[in-house]
Design a protein around this ligand. Structure first.
Ligand SMILES: [Zn+2]
Length: 458
């Protein structure tokens, strides 16, 4: 009898090892190795339909001079935000991973895209929902005339048989974690299964020039459930995210072989699907009829992602002896430091005042680039002078009151411009290399805090 062949896989990055390891040599995570069967099950060979399909389309050597020059031919998804995030449309033969938390609306987005691409034959493979559930969702999205086929099987052998007979022009897989290939005997959702299934689809996409969307769930801490290796295999990784309590969703590209990763797509979740938001600042920034003092907008980064947040400050005379300092979502010690700078260097009498600082939306910010927005909000509240809501900030404040440059300032500026802001304060230092015109937003380069206050409150 043949010996059972197994291997150990890091569940975090997909690293393969013949023996169990405590710490992954590739991603340095602890206790991530799980034993998985890697041999083909007895009496079964590798996915034969897949092999035939791929072999039939396999390219042969061609003389370079005989190859026609083709201009890059992007497919319009009829979804402007998606086109934007993809870098100007869908590239034929590309594999796009759409990740996001369960329930955030990935299936809705992809089904909507499938239904909107009426001129294309779309195969929507779902291991998550039944035909009836998908039909109901489609009806909610306004089930117009379309060319979308629903397939609710998850074994790759059958999937490829249907792909071969239907010859779809677009393939959507919901989700990659539910697929299962008979060529490996480990359960669906395991690292080796995900890798193998994605690999077969990727090869198919390449040899037939058929674009494939893979939906993948991500865990609470933001990692794709399953291996990181998936991210390396695909051409583009799009993250679909948003707070379930708010109606808006954002589509960001985390990786894109065919475009920039700084593009952002914004949608609003409505009963009849996702509405594309063409003027996003209206959603993100609190709606106010009048301008209040103590409110500023900071251009911050979450990891590699730019994000605009609202800073709210309230400064009032202390009612009782010891003044209060209270922060939500911001480091209290950093607030004390900034207050000391304002007091010592600029003569604002804040020692006898209560200061409350709040980052709206319940998020926590550790980015020093919000400093300038924080001090401006404090002074705005202290002086009771509102700041123009179309103004935002991206700079650090030093101990002597100097304005310091921050990382990835270009990305922050683009995000602010994209979100419809008219003016952004940045550090003068490091500004020289930036081309002022390309951003579509007024850049105010400053060197010291008093300059900022001069501009804001004169
Ligand atoms: Zn690892």
């Amino acid at each position: 009898m043949a010996k059972t062949k197994t291997a150990y896989f890091c569940q975090s990055c997909g690293y393969q090892s013949p023996k169990w390891l405590g710490k992954c040599p590739s991603c340095a995570e602890w206790n991530t190795f799980v034993e998985e069967l890697v041999q083909p099950p007895a009496g079964k060979t590798a996915n034969s339909t897949f092999s035939q399909t791929v072999t039939a389309h396999r390219p042969v050597p061609r003389l370079l001079s005989a190859i026609d020059m083709q201009t890059e031919n992007r497919i319009d998804t009829f979804n402007m935000e998606l086109n934007r995030v993809l870098g100007g449309g869908l590239v034929p033969g590309s594999v796009v991973l759409v990740g996001g938390e369960p329930g955030i609306g990935k299936s809705t987005l992809m089904l909507q895209v499938a239904l909107d691409m009426v001129n294309y034959t779309v195969l929507y493979i779902s291991g998550e929902e039944s035909e009836q559930q998908i039909k109901m969702r489609a009806a909610r999205l306004g089930d117009k005339k379309n060319n979308t086929y629903i397939l609710t099987v998850t074994d790759m052998e059958t999937v490829f048989r249907h792909i071969e007979s239907l010859q779809p022009q677009i393939i959507v897989v919901d989700s990659i974690q539910t697929l299962h290939t008979g060529s490996i005997e480990s359960p669906a959702g395991s690292v080796s299964q995900i890798r193998q299934c994605a690999n077969e689809l990727q090869q198919y996409a390449k040899v037939t020039n058929t674009p494939v969307f893979l939906i993948g769930h991500i865990t609470k801490d933001g990692a794709l459930a399953g291996p990181k290796i998936l991210e390396h295999m695909v051409d583009a990784v799009l993250q679909f995210e948003g707070d379930r309590n708010y109606g808006y969703r954002m589509l960001r590209s985390v990786k894109n072989r065919f475009g920039s990763t700084s593009e952002l797509g914004i949608y609003e979740m409505q009963n009849d699907g996702l509405r594309q938001v063409l003027n996003p600042s209206e959603l993100l920034i609190t709606h106010r009829d009048e301008h209040f003092s103590g409110i500023t907008i900071a251009a911050t980064m979450e990891g590699l992602r730019p994000m605009l947040v609202e800073i709210q400050a309230l400064v009032s005379t202390a009612a009782y002896g010891v003044p209060q300092r209270s922060t939500t979502g911001f480091d209290g010690r950093r607030l004390n430091m900034l207050l000391a700078v304002l007091e010592k260097r600029h003569g604002f009498r804040l020692a006898t005042k209560d200061v409350f600082l709040n980052i709206a939306g319940g998020i926590r910010i550790d980015d020093p680039a919000v400093d300038l927005a924080v001090v401006s909000a404090i002074i705005s509240s202290n002086e009771d002078m509102p700041i123009n809501p179309k103004t935002c900030f991206a700079a650090e404040v030093g101990l002597s009151g100097e304005i310091r440059a921050v990382s990835r300032v270009e990305q922050r500026i683009s995000e602010a411009a994209k979100l419809g802001f008219e003016k952004i304060f940045v550090a003068r230092h490091g500004f020289k290399n930036l081309d002022k015109k390309e951003f579509g937003i007024e850049l105010v380069a400053v060197g010291r805090i008093e300059q900022v206050f001069e501009i804001l409150f004169r």
